[in-house]
Design a protein around this ligand. Structure first.
Ligand code: AMP
Ligand code: MG
Length: 343
């Protein structure tokens, strides 16, 4: 039996920061929410904004982390009715909305299933179908009961906000930038990027999408996106996985089977303009559309339910870019992927 585990997600989105002009940003990197994060801010108050940004992310980590026994989410998962507060209830309500909108592809009650695969503890294993079936009986958003500031879970049900928490954090950092009058900067929260304003030379920021075939080489990209005042969030099967008996098992689970989604996609990047709540939306949708696969993801995009654009990387080496990004991307130099614009 062979195990190969990647405990830290490689940054899926890398910001290329060369040639930014003369003005220099203040930059801070921290480890939080189980990933590496970087904040970069221009302007006189940059130091204060960076320290506020770090405090805010750490506050959210302490509130939302499922593995921190002191967090509101961990308390909720003990089975008691918990006054988790309006903020956590609001985020669970958002998760309910995205679950309903995606036909159940997004489901925060997969937590015990994720644990059975070892993704919360890094002690990986392939659970038996009987074990998965028993756990799936408690999976489904109907097992969450919500009021404005309190929540209860049915017995056997637990939640994990890992697929949405970093997106919510990026929303909160956008709100902080707005309150603080930040003119330009960016944040990268392990695959969740917010670009704020433009680069000092007036050009958009360049955000690289990691090549899923080379997850350990941060300079190996599929393509670059050129973005200003926008969120970009990537979910990929290369971000966290283990291998057993020559087969790869990754962390994005299909709620129908309880197993890693086999959708034909290797990464999904969701892009949306900056607006309050859009960071959360991009994070939820990148996970959900990964589960749904190429055809359903593109139908969902065409339905216009939400305003966003997509870059899908398929197992067979294609890159599908929705038309709203047609003049905002460039394939990486020497890329062997086949690019298609989708309308
Ligand atoms: P992300 O990196 O945002 O795609 O989120 C992936 C994480 O969300 C996983 O590590 C699990 O903790 C959790 N998760 C896995 N599958 C799903 C799903 N179908 N819906 C919601 N959360 C999920
Ligand atoms: Mg997500």
């Amino acid at each position: 039996m062979k195990y190969r585990a990647r405990s830290f997600a490689a940054l899926s989105l890398a910001l290329m920061l060369s040639a930014c002009g003369s003005s220099q940003p203040e930059t801070l990197s921290i480890l939080a929410m189980d990933t590496a994060m970087t904040f970069s801010v221009y302007g006189d108050d940059a130091d204060t904004v960076l320290s506020d940004a770090s405090l805010e992310v750490r506050r959210l980590d302490a509130l939302l982390s499922r593995t921190n026994p002191e967090s509101a989410v961990a308390h909720l998962n003990t089975g008691d009715q918990i006054q988790v507060g309006e903020e956590v209830c609001g985020l669970i309500a958002a998760a309910q909305e995205y679950s309903a909108a995606t036909g159940g592809a997004f489901d925060i009650t997969l937590a015990p299933v994720s644990t059975a695969w070892g993704f919360t503890t890094d002690s990986y294993q392939v659970p038996s179908q009987e074990e998965l079936d028993a756990l799936l009986a408690h999976v489904g958003m109907e097992h969450i009961h919500l009021t404005e500031d309190a929540a209860t879970l049915d017995p056997g049900t637990q939640i994990d906000l890992g697929a949405i928490a970093k997106g919510y954090a990026s929303d909160q950092l956008g709100a902080l930038f707005q309150r603080s009058g930040v003119e330009r900067g960016w944040v990268s929260l392990g695959g969740n990027v917010l670009t704020w304003g433009s680069r000092p030379d007036g050009d958009p920021w360049e955000v690289g999408i990691q090549d899923p075939a080379h997850p350990d080489e941060s300079s190996a990209l599929v393509c670059s996106l050129f973005l200003q005042d926008a969120f970009a969030v990537t979910s990929g099967s290369y971000q966290r996985y283990f291998e057993q008996d020559g087969k790869r098992y990754h962390h994005i689970l299909d709620p129908k089977t309880g197993a890693p989604a086999e959708s034909g996609l290797v990464s999904v990047t969701v892009v949306a303009d900056y607006a309050p709540g859009n960071g959360t939306m991009c994070d939820a949708l990148s996970t959900a559309l990964f589960v749904m696969g190429e055809e359903d993801a593109l139908s969902f995009w065409r339905s216009g339910t939400y305003d966003f654009e997509l870059v899908l990387v398929t197992e067979d080496g294609r890159v599908l870019v929705t038309e709203g990004l047609a003049d905002q991307y460039a394939p990486a130099e020497g890329s062997t992927y086949v690019f298609e614009t989708v309308s």
